[in-house]
Design a protein around this ligand. Sequence first.
Ligand SMILES: Cc1cc2nc3c(=O)[nH]c(=O)nc-3n(C[C@H](O)[C@H](O)[C@H](O)COP(=O)(O)O)c2cc1C
Length: 335
Amino acid sequence: MLFEKIKIGDLELKNRIVMPAMCQYSSDETGVVKSWHLSHYQTRAVGGTGLIVIEATAVDPDGRISRNDLGIWEDRQIEGLKKLVDLVHDSGSKIAIQLAHAGRKSKATENPIAPSAIRYSENYSHPREMKKSEIKEMIDKFSLAAKRADLAGFDGIEIHAAHGYLINEFLSPLTNKRADEYGGNIENRTRFLSEIVDGMRKNWHKPLWIRVSASDYAKGGNEVEDIIEALKILGDRIDGVNVSGGGVIHEQHIKVYPGYMLEDAKKIRSATHLTTIGGGLINSYELAEFALNTHCNLVFIGRQLLRDPYWPLKCAKEAGIDLEWPFQYERAKIY
Ligand SMILES: Cc1cc2nc3c(=O)[nH]c(=O)nc-3n(C[C@H](O)[C@H](O)[C@H](O)COP(=O)(O)O)c2cc1C
């Protein structure tokens, strides 16, 4: 199945291999695309990855995870992103952008924001609670970022609602202690994300999906059932889900093993019927096939693609599948 076509929304992919967002910390204060990004992502496209999701890209300078993150908070960042999109398209892959705000986990500001004024750990600054006016402004920032992503030519947008960054901080009861309509039960905790989706949909008519932390891996935190509720609220306004986990609080208890987040992907797919991207330490063709047969529709292959950008081509060769190789490399296909 790995090398069979699939659609997410109306976006057709040549195979089911997704390179998930992975920060490269290779820009500077301008947040623009640098040569590293061009070669890094194009190499994975040459290597046969069906869908590349570029790293968490900040909708606001204070929403960067680090000072070297990519940004999409202003129009002058579009040009570099467009160049990147064109390169990846030329090399045969589709490309999406992960839109993000780091919230209380931003290391790019002394004054981070969060749903509630609770610090992540002693190595992070104390955040301040967002005012309602700031919530509305943030929704506009995501919406404007979607417009810029469209101008850059991206095929899809993934909203980063995982790993304890701003949207995830609203979703989790461990980090959201608000008394207004943005806090409390899961319906209220999903309101910020839901309004972001609505705001983005005004400017973005291509596939849109959400990356979630299916579990906070901590007592009193979200479990997969809560995230299923949140996704049901979003309903058919989204085209899919990418299932990850953790990152919300510093003291999480997480067991890592090949395929460690697949069970949650399976539960989410069966409860929501969304096109589901699953994974977690997938590093072999066999495990990817197993995941696709039983747990999810697409697999994300992260660190394996950092180690080996040509993993899809090599994987198909070892499995005896005749894939189209870049013509420049065809002499390496057999011997
Ligand atoms: C260097 C690095 C940077 C990452 N940056 C992001 C990111 O920007 N957004 C995100 O959602 N996940 C990020 N992740 C998590 C990966 O997308 C992926 O979920 C994780 O590595 C597990 O998949 P794997 O076992 O296949 O690597 C990052 C992981 C790595 C190794």
